[in-house]
Ligand binder design. Structure first.
Ligand SMILES: Cc1cc2nc3c(=O)[nH]c(=O)nc-3n(C[C@H](O)[C@H](O)[C@H](O)COP(=O)(O)OP(=O)(O)OC[C@H]3O[C@@H](n4cnc5c(N)ncnc54)[C@H](O)[C@@H]3O)c2cc1C
Length: 370
């Protein structure tokens, strides 16, 4: 494989960026096209900027996702070994369960297979009202630092990028259909990209529902509301399962911010926070994790004492049938080429990113060789 074989990646979220890097490493000459890039003003159309994000496997019954998550964890641990200063850190995470049902037990059994230092908490380690608990180390990704860092890696490997809103994937193949494209970053001197890629990799996330040539009606949002709290003293993450089904979670970031969540609202496209949900997240948050409050404010347990930096809403790109890692063919403008799909990661896009990227590039290599 020579470096001049052109491949297009559509999407610059965590899926697109990771896949683009793996494609470069496989010898392809990669150009990314996207409406939104890391560092842009946050938009509901770009899920990656809103993610929490840590690695807690959710693949209890999904073998493919489990494999992708496992590979991704190894990649992150390897990266950290090489450079401990990357925007990812390892932190202890606690699971607190008010009442353990069969599903909860299944999840704990699953987690015990995913994290090497997993252990159940002793009864004397459980706070009041919690009947079961566990603890293990996992990675926490500092999203506002991580996305530009991955983009930088892509550009440093010679990658090129263009900003544009594409009506369809095939619009990239014809001068007449192409929307206006501007080089990204704007200071780059990228020349207009070719019209003849050997393949296109589709990493459009929730956009896979509306972009032409894909129009995947199986993609829907699982809306997530979270708060960014300033609490640099927090040293461990927490998942707290309330008896009524509400999940409170806290994820520390390298920056000293903590993500406090959250909601999981299926097929809900509402793009801004709802005051009643914000209140619930705060109330449940300080009940489960009073240490989120500054030390001198803990006793009063007043939600107004939480140092809220931002209210966030993101749409997890969920898909009936799970992640789409598949090749289809595109016939347009007298050309025929493979499309490799890599989208539909729901609430697991970071923790399955490197595994999915490798799987997508394996598909790309076979499709191109055929
Ligand atoms: C509150 C919340 C918490 C989360 N926590 C975690 C977590 O702890 N761990 C975890 O692993 N995951 C988590 N996630 C999920 C994770 O954020 C997503 O799975 C992931 O970001 C999806 O990435 P993506 O690259 O597929 O999509 P996106 O980030 O949405 O990127 C899509 C890209 O495609 C481009 N695009 C789409 N359509 C077009 C078009 N027509 N023309 C041009 N460009 C287009 C967009 O501009 C963008 O660049 C969380 C999500 C939320 C909302």
């Amino acid at each position: 494989m020579v470096n001049e074989v052109p491949v297009f990646v559509v999407g610059a979220g965590v899926a697109g960026l990771s896949t683009a890097i793996r494609a470069q490493e496989a010898g392809f000459n990669v150009t990314i096209f996207a409406e939104t890039f890391p560092g842009d003003k946050k938009t509901i159309k770009y899920t990656s900027c809103w993610a929490a994000a840590n690695h807690i496997s959710v693949a209890t019954t999904n073998a493919l996702l489990h494999q992708l998550e496992r590979e991704t964890l190894s990649v992150f641990l390897e990266m950290l070994k090489k450079d401990p200063l990357i925007p990812v850190m390892i932190r202890p995470h606690k699971e607190h369960v008010q009442v353990l049902g069969p599903e909860g037990q299944k999840q704990l059994d699953h987690l015990s297979n995913c994290y090497s230092d997993f252990r159940l908490l002793e009864p004397n380690e459980l706070p009041e009202g919690v009947t079961k608990g566990a603890m293990y180390s996992t990675i926490c990704i500092d999203v506002p630092r991580y996305l530009p860092w991955v983009l930088e890696r892509f550009l440093a490997l010679g990658g090129r990028a263009f900003r544009g809103t594409l009506p369809s994937l095939s619009a990239l193949l014809s001068e007449e259909d192409r929307p206006s494209l501007t080089p990204f970053p704007p200071t780059s001197t990228n020349v207009h990209p070719s019209l003849n890629p050997v393949a296109i990799i589709n990493c459009t996330g929730i956009g896979a529902r509306s972009i032409g040539d894909v129009l995947d009606a199986d993609v829907y949002p699982t809306r997530g509301e979270v708060l960014i709290i300033r609490a640099p003293w927090i040293k461990h993450g927490l998942s707290y399962y309330y008896e009524d089904g509400h999940l409170t979670y806290a994820i520390p970031r390298q920056s000293g911010d903590v993500i406090l969540g959250g909601s999981f609202q299926v097929d809900d496209w509402h793009p801004i926070s709802r005051p009643e949900m914000v209140k619930l997240i705060k109330e449940r948050g300080i009940a489960a994790y009073p240490e989120l409050l500054p030390p001198d404010k803990r006793e009063a347990r007043n939600i107004a004492d939480l140092d809220v930096v931002e209210e966030c809403v993101g749409l997890r790109p969920t898909r009936k049938g799970g992640v789409r890692l598949e090749v289809t063919s595109l016939n347009a403008h007298s050309k025929s080429l493979p499309i490799v799909h890599n989208y539909g990661h729901g609430g697991a896009g970071y923790q399955s990113s490197w595994g999915s990227a490798k799987a997508a590039v394996d598909l790309l290599k076979s499709a191109v060789n055929e």
